[in-house]
Design a protein around this ligand. Structure first.
Ligand code: BGP
Length: 470
């Protein structure tokens, strides 16, 4: 067999990814308003306690708001080419419907993006990551309300204009498909008894599609050189058996995710979605002009998170043995091992996902989240020997390299949580992803001191060798 060259392109964007509400803290500083992420137990996906005061570690996060220079210096030492974060909507428009933006909030991100550039990192910015102003939920009902499109558009235009020239890579919504799995987190949705949830979720998704297209339009007008993408939580699904029913069930389950990229990349609702709406009596409003906006302003690249793969089957009995997972559960895959949180580890599934997405869209792809959430032990000498994290990342990067050799146009890779931060699904600090350990526990105790884990030196070498040395 002749040797195939397997290498990442020059200028590949190696880095790490975070979200404002999971690490900044300072939740009421400099005029910031309350967001959905600030109000546990409703603000997390799977509330684990009834006591809101106990839960919300988001309030202080890891104090990135005050320590970002120190943290970026560590990322600079890692050799990061880019750093992905989000803008907290409530720092810019504290209530969401304010007439004027909050200058102190705008200034914070000016300083943050300047510092990133100074430290050699290209900012990659998510406009909305799992949060919105709480006022927009209370007063308007979140994304179920069409008026929210206008508030989002104003927010998006404000930041796109303000940071024009500082930020080249944007994403409109984090994991936009999450509105179907965690409707409060993804869409600020709270349901009344007896409401048709599916209708409301798809109405909210429709509003987000229009809002996303308007942000793309604004970005292209403001700076045609900037790149603005969608972002989906990828949930690549295998059939449990070769039974054609299972095979089709897997295709349909995949479409529950891919419908979100289909609309944003191609610009219209595919026929399979329209059929699904009809057969399930899903009705929602599409206003005059919406379809045109969606069609005319499609995204430049596809950002996605990848943590695990899933299994579909029509066998009711098997479905009862559900495995835990990111946003969704499913049948356990006997060929895969699981993380401590039950997420099934599937590096080869990343190669499959990359190929599926590239075959489908022929657009640049950006893996903007991937990583292992684990409990780390601090040894007596203060070191953290996180070989399990290295193994996870190494196996995934190997598969990325294969996918690049398959012909996939992959522009970058940002691991989730390069510094420990608050978990989105459990609101814990015990579930850690970082190369940098943060001394803070689930009860909020600790010095917040930062320590390099073993994986720090490993990832540094990966970047240094552009993914050759794993
Ligand atoms: C993604 C979210 C992130 C992040 C990550 C890890 O779905 O975009 O915000 O937190 O998952 O999940 P968790 O924090 O629940 O381990």
């Amino acid at each position: 067999m002749a040797e195939v060259k397997k290498e990442f392109p020059q200028g590949f964007l190696w880095g790490g990814a975070v979200a404002a509400n999971q690490l900044e803290g300072a939740y009421q500083e400099d005029g910031k308003g309350l967001s959905t992420a600030d109000v546990s137990p409703d603000g997390i996906m799977y509330p684990t306690s009834e006591d809101p005061a106990k839960l919300n570690l988001y309030h202080d996060g890891i104090d990135f708001y005050h320590r970002y220079k120190e943290d970026l210096a560590l990322f600079n030492e890692l050799g990061f080419k880019c750093f992905r974060t989000s803008i907290a909507w409530t720092r810019i428009f504290p209530n969401g419907d304010d007439a004027e933006p909050n200058e102190a909030g705008l200034k914070f991100y000016d300083d943050l993006f300047d510092e990133m550039r100074k430290q050699g990192m290209e900012p990659v910015v998510t406009i909305s990551h799992y949060e919105m102003p709480l006022n927009l939920v209370k007063k308007y009902g979140g994304w179920r309300n069409r008026e929210v499109i206008g508030f989002y558009e104003k927010f998006a235009r404000t930041v796109l204009e303000r940071y024009n020239g500082k930020v080249k890579y944007w994403m409109t919504f984090n994991e936009i498909n999450v509105v179907l799995h965690a409707p409060f987190t993804g869409g600020g949705l709270v349901f009344e008894e007896g409401e048709n949830k599916l209708n409301i979720m798809y109405q909210a998704a429709h509003h987000q599609f229009v809002a996303s297209a308007l942000a793309v339009k604004a970005s292209h007008e403001i700076n045609p050189e900037a790149q603005i993408g969608c972002m989906i939580a990828s949930m690549t699904t295998y059939p449990l058996t070769p039974n054609p029913d299972d095979v089709f069930a897997a295709l349909e389950q995949d479409r529950k995710t891919l419908q979100f990229s289909d609309v944003q990349v191609r610009g219209y609702y595919p026929t399979y979605m329209k059929r699904y709406f009809k057969e399930n009596d899903i009705e929602f409003e599409i206003a005059a002009g919406d379809e045109e906006v969606m069609r005319e302003h499609t995204v430049d690249y596809i950002g996605f998170s990848y943590y695990m793969s899933f299994i579909a089957t029509t066998d009711e009995e098997k479905l009862k043995e559900a495995a835990a997972g990111n946003l969704m559960t499913g049948v356990r895959n006997p060929y895969l091992e699981s993380s401590e949180w039950g997420w099934q580890i599937d590096p080869k599934g990343l190669r499959t996902t990359l190929n599926i997405l590239y075959d489908r869209y022929q657009k640049p792809l950006f893996i903007v989240e991937n990583g292992l959430g684990a409990v780390d032990k601090v040894e007596e000498d203060g070191s953290i020997q996180d070989d399990y994290r290295i193994d996870y990342l190494r196996a995934h990067i190997e598969q990325m390299r294969e996918a690049v050799a398959d012909g996939v146009d992959l522009i970058g890779y940002t691991t989730w949580g390069p510094i420990d931060l608050v978990s989105a699904s459990t609101a814990e600090l015990k579930k850690r992803y970082g190369f940098v350990y943060v001394d803070r526990d689930n009860e909020g105790n600790g010095t917040l001191e930062r320590t390099k884990k073993k994986s720090f030196g490993w990832y540094q070498r990966v970047i240094e060798t552009n993914g050759q040395e794993l």
